[in-house]
Design a protein around this ligand. Structure first.
Ligand SMILES: NC(=O)c1ccc[n+]([C@@H]2O[C@H](COP(=O)([O-])OP(=O)(O)OC[C@H]3O[C@@H](n4cnc5c(N)ncnc54)[C@H](O)[C@@H]3O)[C@@H](O)[C@H]2O)c1
Length: 302
């Protein structure tokens, strides 16, 4: 297939492009930043600001079979500080869908987030439990808007879509302040570590499981078109557990500073993966212990 991946210089985009190319697909990337992780993905990437509707239409290659829209301002707390970034997310998904509609792409995938569930009661959440009333942050609002736009383009214009809800994807290609990479960096430097809400229980997803789920959906598109699907590991781990495992593996002497939760954050989430398994045969392979081990090894080699 000819596949356009937006956000191809990011964490999931880089890994997804690598795996799609290895599987024999013709892959094109779009991102406003150059790819710093992979020469091969960089060479397939058009540098473009997807907030710009004209540039998105004019500069991106035509004739795609599938668009996988990952591009976003993806750090939840950054968007609490600067909500204009949430508006930008809505513009990029709108422009990506318009690109699909106007160039005749019939298959579209959108990277949404477990943030759309907010802080609803209970730990494990199936897809139909998301409620707009629970929207916790501008980031979550931008994902809810993106999901709704996808559904509307599916119904009005025949751009068939699959919405994924990811959760705490980790493992490689991330030098941001996300939880796993930042704790590994600080632990290796024996520097102070700040844990906001150490009991927060989240569903950490090793990157290759997430990418495998997207690829299954690309293969079985007709079976999952129009659906919203959780892609995660399906078990919870507390921030403290993940941090302690990283400290153990790195032999770190870092001191912990424990702080309360921050505004806009979801405190507990574990994905119900029944639908992903039923529609895609999705079965994640890498538990948190093994995933953290691989991550410490990957970042340690850099
Ligand atoms: N990683 C996670 O844990 C996680 C969890 C839930 C949802 N998601 C979603 O999955 C997607 C991919 O996540 P990621 O971890 O790879 O994020 P990332 O930040 O590593 O990658 C996002 C990419 O989008 C690009 N981008 C942002 N705005 C752009 C614009 N206007 N024009 C062109 N490029 C732009 C960035 O440069 C970046 O390379 C995002 O939509 C994110 O919100 C990720």
């Amino acid at each position: 297939m000819k596949i356009l991946v937006t956000g191809s210089s990011g964490t999931i985009g880089t890994r997804l492009c690598e795996k799609l190319m290895a599987a024999g697909h013709e892959v094109f990337g779009a991102d406003w930043k150059p790819n710093k992780w992979s020469v091969e993905v960089a060479s397939r990437t058009v540098q473009v600001d997807l907030r710009d509707a004209r540039a998105t239409l004019d500069r991106l290659p035509r004739g795609m079979d599938l668009v996988i829209h990952l591009a976003a301002n993806a750090r939840v707390y950054d968007l609490v500080v600067n909500p204009a970034e949430a508006f930008d997310n809505m513009a990029t998904v709108f422009n990506a869908l318009e690109y699909a509609r106007q160039t005749g792409v019939k298959k579209f995938m959108f990277a949404s987030s477990r943030e759309v569930y907010g802080n609803i009661e209970g730990l494990k959440h199936a897809e139909d439990e998301a409620r707009i009333d629970e929207c916790e942050s501008p980031y979550a609002a931008s994902k809810i808007a993106g999901e709704a736009l996808c559904k509307s383009y599916d119904r009005c214009y025949g751009v068939r879509s699959v919405v994924f809800r990811f959760s705490n994807v980790y493992g490689m290609y991330d030098d941001s302040n996300r939880f796993v990479p930042i704790i590994i960096r600080q632990a290796r430097a024996n520097g102070p570590i700040t844990l906001y809400d150490q009991d927060k229980t989240l569903d950490f997803t090793y990157i290759d499981d997430c990418v495998a789920g997207i690829m299954l959906a690309a293969e079985k598109f007709d079976a999952c078109a129009g659906e919203t699907i959780n892609l995660a590991y399906g078990q919870g781990a507390t921030l403290r557990q993940v941090c302690d495992e990283i400290l153990r593996l790195t032999g770190s002497k870092s001191e912990l500073s424990l702080q309360p939760t921050r505004k806009g954050e979801v405190r507990t989430y574990v994905a119900d993966l029944t639908k992903a398994e039923r529609l895609l045969g999705y079965r994640p392979q890498v538990d948190i212990k093994e995933g953290v081990r691989r991550s410490v090894e990957w970042y340690g080699a850099r």
